[in-house]
Design a protein around this ligand. Structure first.
Ligand code: ADP
Ligand code: MG
Length: 341
């Protein structure tokens, strides 16, 4: 295959289900866009990626299809994902220099086939050396934890498609679980609430905005009331209704419970010495879902453990992956071993 080389620099990639971030060696974060692709249904040619593709959502005609190729944390379409990755990297690279090194953060529960897919995509795009790092590990490094210590840390990364729960110690993942309840499910729950209880249809972006601005996992000091516009399911006419943060919290409760259950399950599987560390240090939350109001408080309520939210939950994975890229010799022990994929 003749691909022209898009890796002109060393890059670190957080290929998230909702957002893709790229870190370039010596530069820091150079790209942060939604993991979305618009392509021609017939030819499969990519028409737009990232922000450009997102602005087309809900406004396309039959020849254009828009997908989120990693929706559930796995690569649904190999060809499209590879094309998207290439287009993103090309966007931030100059193509004159030789191919280099790439570190990609992947979900901890990724299968061997999926690892291969990520590696192949990067190699096809011209990378000479591809390393994979588990997302929770990258997130821990990004948050600034010393992952080499003989001390247990629990990370909960709540993304779009998956929540990664992991206990890390001595540069490795001791126990981990990737659960398919995360931000997308919460957004869907908001849409469903409007359909079921108010007979109105709202767009996905409206639902996400409501979740981010009004959604919560615990009662708020001051509950919020908002006006929401959508299409009446019966009359088909645009309609506006008022809802409160209490209503939205009820709509989100199931998804929140599933995340809490995942945390409790992993705590049960954690060896006792490490449990003691987690008791002292608490649980760290990262990923966009960590921004849900009251979520840390809710997890504290259910586990009796201190819970901290990362300073920059949306960028901690790419920061950690970037740090690993910049100091590869210090972090070689945390990378996913090559012989295992
Ligand atoms: P991924 O790693 O899967 O790409 P991200 O870590 O980028 O996911 O997080 C994206 C998710 O976080 C989306 O579902 C988004 O709606 C959600 N999110 C972002 N900000 C907030 C917020 N303030 N409250 C609740 N959820 C949020
Ligand atoms: Mg992520």
């Amino acid at each position: 295959m003749s691909f022209f080389n898009v890796f002109s620099n060393d890059v670190a990639i957080d290929l998230g289900t909702a957002n893709t971030l790229i870190w370039m060696k010596g530069k820091g974060i150079v790209l942060n866009e939604p993991t979305i692709v618009a392509f021609d249904r017939q030819t499969k040619k990519i028409i737009a990626i990232g922000n450009d593709a997102q602005s087309m959502v809900g406004k396309t005609h039959k020849d254009i299809k828009i997908i989120r190729p990693l929706r559930d944390g796995v690569i649904a379409d190999f060809e499209i994902t590879e094309g998207m990755l290439r287009a993103f990297i090309r966007k931030v690279s100059n193509t004159w220099q030789p191919a280099r090194r790439v570190v990609v953060a992947v979900p901890s529960g990724i299968t061997e086939v999926e690892k291969r897919t990520v590696r192949d995509s990067c190699e096809h795009a011209g990378a000479k050396e591809v390393h994979l790092i588990a997302e929770p590990m990258a997130s821990a490094i990004g948050i600034g934890l010393n992952v080499h210590e003989p001390v247990g840390n629990m990370i909960v990364d709540i993304g779009g498609g998956t929540t990664e729960v992991a206990v890390i110690a001595l540069s490795g993942i001791v126990t981990a679980e990737s659960i398919k309840h995360a931000g997308d499910e919460m957004t869907d729950a908001v849409s469903q609430y409007f359909r079921r209880y108010h007979n109105i249809l709202i767009g996905e972006r409206t639902a996400e905005m409501i979740k981010c601005n009004v959604g919560s996992a615990m009662p708020l000091e001051e509950e919020i009331e908002i006006e929401v516009k959508g299409r009446d399911l019966v009359s088909g006419i645009p309609k506006m209704i008022n809802v409160t943060s209490v209503d939205i919290r009820k709509a989100l409760a199931d998804s929140v419970d599933k995340i809490v259950t995942g945390v409790l399950r992993l705590l049960e599987k954690t060896p006792p010495e490490l449990s003691a560390d987690i008791f002292d240090r608490g649980i760290l939350l990262s990923g966009g879902g960590a921004l849900l109001k009251g979520l840390a408080e809710k997890i504290t309520k259910e586990t009796n453990l201190p819970v901290h939210v990362a300073d920059e939950p949306l960028t901690s994975v790419v920061l950690g992956t970037g740090k690993a890229l910049e100091n590869l010799s210090d972090f070689s022990s945390v990378l996913i071993k090559r012989n295992s994929y």
